[in-house]
Design a protein around this ligand. Structure first.
Ligand code: FEO
Length: 395
């Protein structure tokens, strides 16, 4: 069912209550998600984005109940990953000549996905499209988070349609930030940033500053996932400015895996050492094999430093820690210190391997790490506490 946003703008998207994994298995969505599509009715009618393919026929039949499809004058595709363009083929079967407004990269990506010669209209930053009393102004936003991405701004209602930017995987009965738990919402927005937008932080910082400099009035931000920022859209803009600028809190995240509890004992003793040395610093401990990887990565994003531990297994490290370090490498966290630790029986390569992977992922090593044989006794645990204290001093 369509939902009212303003006299001109309605939400015609799909709330996906069932979604637990996004981007394959790359992103956990504890609160589901939504694929937001917006209908603007002025003298002309424009549709902004569509929904993911599994919901294509549902989307088109609900859209038909809202507006005769032939009355849609323009389709605006801000970004063409399949969660937003997946319903285009179903829609274009009904209105094959309707122009699709997108960036040049957007046209290439749509063609590469759907292999159709639709009526594309390429737009660039600063181009505008009159809808009657109001108009849409396009703002290219390449690599936020795909090369094709653009935002558009609706005059009159002063709405910024930002696609994935400022989005959250957050299914809700309500369309608006004002009607949901603020802490949960901001946590999901940060998780989205940390796990999807973070690699593109330099572009995000530049784009947000550029949009601020344009002086466009923004009374609402309508992203392509989650709720609309209506209460004070400046808050999420300010949050992006902080998150994009090597964000960190006074927090250390310790991540480990363990076979027979020795590396866990080390992790907990290291945490004690950090707390004794630096009582104001928060310390979080996660078992990488048991906790959600995206939640751990979000805490790593928040942290000023991380400690990563694994026992040595077959001359290597645990698959859970290896996977996490691979994801951290892709997310390009900035200005975070790190160190490795782990127990071993005979060969003991894990600390060296983790240290190398931390460096490869852009972390600054605070020490050579700590490796201990077999099961730590009281003296060994004291070594761990001293290691934690030294690590805290280095921050
Ligand atoms: Fe929500 Fe990049 O698609």
């Amino acid at each position: 069912m369509a939902k009212h946003i303003t006299d001109k703008v309605s939400w015609v998207g799909k709330v996906d209550w069932e979604l637990t994994r996004f981007h394959g298995d790359e992103f956990s969505t504890h609160h589901g998600s939504s694929y937001n599509s917006y209908l603007i009715r002025d003298s002309k009618t424009a549709l902004i984005d569509t929904v993911w393919k599994p919901y294509d026929s549902e989307f088109v039949s609900r859209l038909k109940r809202e507006v005769p499809l032939e009355q849609i004058d323009f389709i605006i595709m801000n970004h063409n990953e399949v969660d937003h363009s997946g319903a285009l083929p179903e829609l274009m079967r009904e209105i094959p000549d309707t122009p699709i407004y997108c960036t040049a990269k957007g046209e290439a990506i749509i063609r590469a996905h759907y292999h159709q010669d639709w009526n594309f209209v390429r737009v660039k930053s600063g181009d505008s499209l009159s809808l009657g009393e109001s108009s849409l102004t396009f703002i290219e936003a390449p690599m936020l988070h795909w090369p094709d991405t653009m935002f558009c701004h609706l005059s009159g209602d002063n709405i910024l349609f930002s696609n994935d930017g400022f989005g959250q995987h957050f299914a809700s009965e309500s369309l608006f930030d004002t009607d949901v738990n603020r802490c949960e919402l901001m946590a999901e927005a940060m998780k989205y940033y940390a796990n999807i937008i973070c690699p593109f932080s330099p572009m995000a910082l530049r784009k947000v500053k550029e949009i601020n400099a344009l002086g466009l009035p923004v009374s609402m931000i309508c992203p392509s996932h989650g709720v609309i920022w209506r209460q004070n859209p400046g808050d999420i803009i300010q949050a992006y400015l902080r998150w994009a600028d090597a964000y960190q809190e006074d927090l250390v995240t310790i991540v480990y895996d363990t076979m027979w509890q020795s590396t866990r004992l080390m992790a907990e003793a290291i945490a004690d050492g950090i707390r004794e040395q630096s009582p104001a610093t928060a310390v979080l401990i996660y078992n990488a094999a048991k906790e959600d990887k995206n939640d751990i990565l979000t805490q790593m994003f928040r942290s000023r430093a991380v400690l990563v531990g694994s026992p040595t297994i077959n001359n290597g490290i645990s698959y859970a820690v290896a996977g996490l370090l691979e994801m951290a490498h892709g997310l390009k966290f900035k200005k975070k210190k790190a160190a490795a630790f782990g127990s071993f029986g005979w060969s003991g390569e894990s600390v060296k391997i983790i240290s190398e992977r931390l460096q490869h992922a852009g972390f600054e090593l605070a020490s050579d790490g700590l490796r201990l044989p077999w099961v730590p006794d009281d003296d060994a645990l004291q070594q761990c506490r001293l290691f934690g204290a030294e690590f805290a001093k280095s921050l």
